[in-house]
Design a protein around this ligand. Structure first.
Ligand code: ADP
Ligand code: MG
Length: 714
């Protein structure tokens, strides 16, 4: 009998060339093959009649090849046609013409007299019904017929060098050899009492559609449950780790809030209260703050920082880019230096200037930080100054690179990470694996659909700022064809004349390419002429950091009127007088990114305008861009993006640190994910260290999946 972990190479009935093809697909064990799930199924009991109309849904047909032809067109291009007749059709039945363009291998595979199963969309071309590039399978009359026909037949993800038939045959045979006991199901019975082995058999070769969907549901639940156990374990692990309370009495925070020129929104107040509870607790905080662009996350971060330093700890504030780090530094200086909080900035560009990194060095000299600010003395708790050297900064602001410098730091109580979406689980783990663990607050302005939060951020507590500050000017978004640039320019000039400033953004895929820097420069020249005499400046990723900073300062100060920029501007830049953003080739950006970019405007009381220039008249682009015309709510944009594009690489990436899904669909199966999560959470709630006998199998599962042992699980 076959073990599920057995390497396929040990099965001598699999021909070597096929083994190699399987290997290329990453299929090396029996289990890999069994979980190489069909992409779809075809009901090959009975085929429908050939259609007379075209349709937008793909259909599966069977017919006999009565004619083939190969024609040339447009010089070197070739079109191969196979005309199919429906077997036993009456005289009125229309033939079906299958066409392949420039696919040499197809013509070698198809000959007259053969029977074919084809799958595709029927289209009316002239008076013929055609299918272009259908999926197809040649029917061969052999003893294996019963595997491939007269049943609901599995169709697998495309496999180069391995036909559907061959792959299907191998999987069929493996299932025949498989001992029923071998596939233990990991699902708690309360979640789904189904049988794992039957589910696997059925998902490949179902008897009928109902049992297929039950089997699929069982397997999706198993997959989701395993994932949620992993997430629950991470969560449980951080909650039992040693941490410390990092929360002062709040006097410093009070002072700060009184000094602000505005009132906090209710949402900001609520979130600060949530963070305060976490800081005061003895276990480490692991909280995600989601809030749309411009919702005021920075103030919340500062509140957290003040609570931590009042309790005598240091705080780190990390931003994804130099520009943002500098901006945060400027904001914090303005607001916190009057409160005698000591600040220091660390970025790659400032390295030489300020010597070794103060935060992470192993306890020695921290000279540079005091010299920067001329030794302001601490006015806070005596205990604060005891646990820390007097001249150490309270807050260190820097880029995410701060993490990678050196390892140990002495008195870090809180780490705030801005724009979390650029920051992965692994990086977060670098912080939280320290003992004692600092409290960690990660912030993101890239909301994800709510149903994804429980997975992608499933191991974090989530706070949400779902309210914008009052008195925010509206952002009006308009999509325009590139041909309307003239009118757009007139509009830009009227805005400039009334004292506003503008951003012009254009896409550059890879900032590192020289070519792109040149393109940027050329673009800039054109814009200077267009906007003359208003002063323009160019900003892109290849400009050295100090210079970049100066450019930003000239724009912030109003000296420069228009900033021609690549997406280095993307996150967090906050300049209230900049009210117009023109985005060129908007079709090339993703929705989420466009929404992020748009968040750079609408930050003051003036009405703001975002103009999306597009040169692509396709339906897809129109559908995408009109989303932004219709809503300015980041969550709605995220949902629409998900509808249009699918979740993409949200899972199975460094960011989530979760395995990619093999069968479940995060959107279609969201209800199953909710059930799986509830089940996993309740197991950990009852037995946080998975000590009970019946939980041992889950413990094994987690250890296997994490590829390491859990401190509290093993
Ligand atoms: P984001 O959440 O995108 O990081 P910021 O924290 O940069 O947003 O805030 C955007 C702007 O709104 C800043 O200028 C900030 O000072 C201001 N702001 C924050 N909270 C409020 C509020 N409650 N009322 C008015 N303005 C606010
Ligand atoms: Mg921000």
């Amino acid at each position: 009998m076959m073990e599920i972990s057995q390497p396929l190479a040990e099965l001598d009935w699999i021909p070597r060339p096929r083994l190699l093809a399987l290997c290329r697909l990453g299929l090396e064990t029996v289990e890999d093959l069994l979980t190489h799930y069909p992409r779809r199924h075809e009901d090959r009991h009975q085929f429908p009649e050939f259609p007379r109309e075209e349709s937008d849904t793909s259909i599966c047909l069977c017919g006999e090849v009565v004619k083939t032809s190969l024609r040339r067109f447009g010089g070197w291009k070739k079109i191969f046609e196979a005309t199919l007749h429906q077997p036993d059709a009456n005289a009125l039945s229309q033939p079906l013409v299958c066409r392949w363009f420039n696919l040499h291998y197809v013509q070698k595979m198809i000959a007259t007299g053969q029977r074919l199963v084809v799958f595709g969309k029927p289209r009316l071309r002239g008076n013929r019904i055609c299918m272009d590039h259908p999926e197809f399978e040649v029917i061969e009359n052999d003893e294996e017929m019963s595997i491939h026909f007269r049943r609901i037949t599995p169709i697998y993800p495309a496999t180069e060098g391995l036909s559907q038939r061959a792959l299907r045959g191998i999987i069929y045979r493996i299932l025949q050899h498989l001992d029923n006991e071998r596939l233990e199901t990991l699902l708690p019975a309360a979640l789904d009492g189904g049988d794992g082995t039957i589910a696997i058999r059925t998902v490949h070769f179902p008897e009928d559609w109902e049992s297929l969907s039950a089997a699929r549901e069982h397997l999706v639940l198993s997959e989701f449950f395993a994932m949620q156990m992993l997430i629950a374990a991470r969560r449980a692990e951080s909650s039992v780790r040693a941490g410390a309370a990092h929360c002062g009495r709040g006097e410093l925070l009070e002072k700060f809030l009184r000094s602000l020129p505005f009132e906090l929104t209710d949402a900001q107040n609520r979130v600060i209260a949530e963070i305060r509870r976490d800081l005061a607790a003895n276990h480490p905080m692991n909280r995600l703050l989601q809030g749309d662009v411009g919702s005021g996350k920075t103030v919340v971060a500062i509140a957290a920082i003040l609570l931590a330093i009042e309790a005598g700890f240091q705080a780190a504030f990390m931003a994804p880019t130099q520009i943002l780090a500098e901006q945060h530094y400027a904001v914090l200086r303005r607001w916190l230096e009057p409160l005698r909080v000591r600040l220091s900035i660390r970025t790659a560009a400032r390295q030489e200037e300020s010597g070794p990194l103060p935060l992470f060095e192993s306890g020695n000299a921290r000279k540079e930080s005091s010299s920067r600010r001329g030794g302001v003395t601490s006015t806070r708790d005596a205990c604060a100054t005891q646990t820390r050297r007097d001249d150490a900064p309270d807050v260190i602001i820097g880029t995410h690179a701060l993490l990678y410098e050196t390892v140990s730091f002495s008195n870090l109580g809180l780490v705030v990470i801005d724009e979390q979406h650029k920051f992965g689980v692994a990086q977060r783990a670098r912080l939280t694996s320290r003992e004692p663990a600092p409290d960690v607050l990660v912030m993101t302005a890239t909301p994800i659909p709510r149903t994804l939060t429980m997975t992608v951020y499933g191991d974090l507590d989530v706070s949400m700022i779902d309210e914008m500050p009052r008195n925010r000017g509206k952002i009006i978004t308009a999509v325009r064809d590139e041909s309307k640039l003239g009118e757009v320019l007139v509009f830009l000039r009227t805005q400039l004349e009334s004292g506003r400033q503008i951003y012009v953004i254009y896409p550059l895929i890879d900032e590192s390419e020289k070519l792109n820097a040149k393109a940027a420069a050329a673009e800039y020249e054109t814009w200077r002429e267009r906007l003359h005499p208003f002063r323009c400046e160019l900003l892109h990723g290849r400009i050295p950091a100090p210079e970049k900073q100066e450019i930003m300062e000239r724009f912030r100060g109003g000296e420069t009127k228009a900033l021609i920029s690549t997406t280095v501007l993307e996150v967090g830049v906050d300049i209230a007088n900049a009210t117009v953003m023109l985005i060129e080739n908007a079709e090339r950006f993703g929705l989420a990114q466009l929404h992020q970019l748009r968040g750079r405007i609408g930050r003051g009381e003036h009405k703001s305008y975002c103009i999306l220039l597009s040169s692509d008249p396709s339906k897809e682009t129109a559908a995408k861009l009109t989303v932004l015309e219709k809503t300015s709510n980041g969550f709605e944009v995220a949902e629409a993006d998900w509808d249009l594009r699918g979740p993409g690489d949200l899972l199975g990436t460094a960011q989530s640190g979760l395995p990619a899904l093999k069968i479940g669909n995060l959107k279609r199966d969201a209800h199953l994910m909710r059930r799986a999560r509830a089940a996993a959470m309740s197991i950990f709630a009852a037995d946080p260290r998975l000590e009970s006998a019946e939980n041992q199998r889950f413990r094994r599962l987690i250890v296997e999946q994490e590829g390491r042992t859990f401190s509290n699980v093993s």
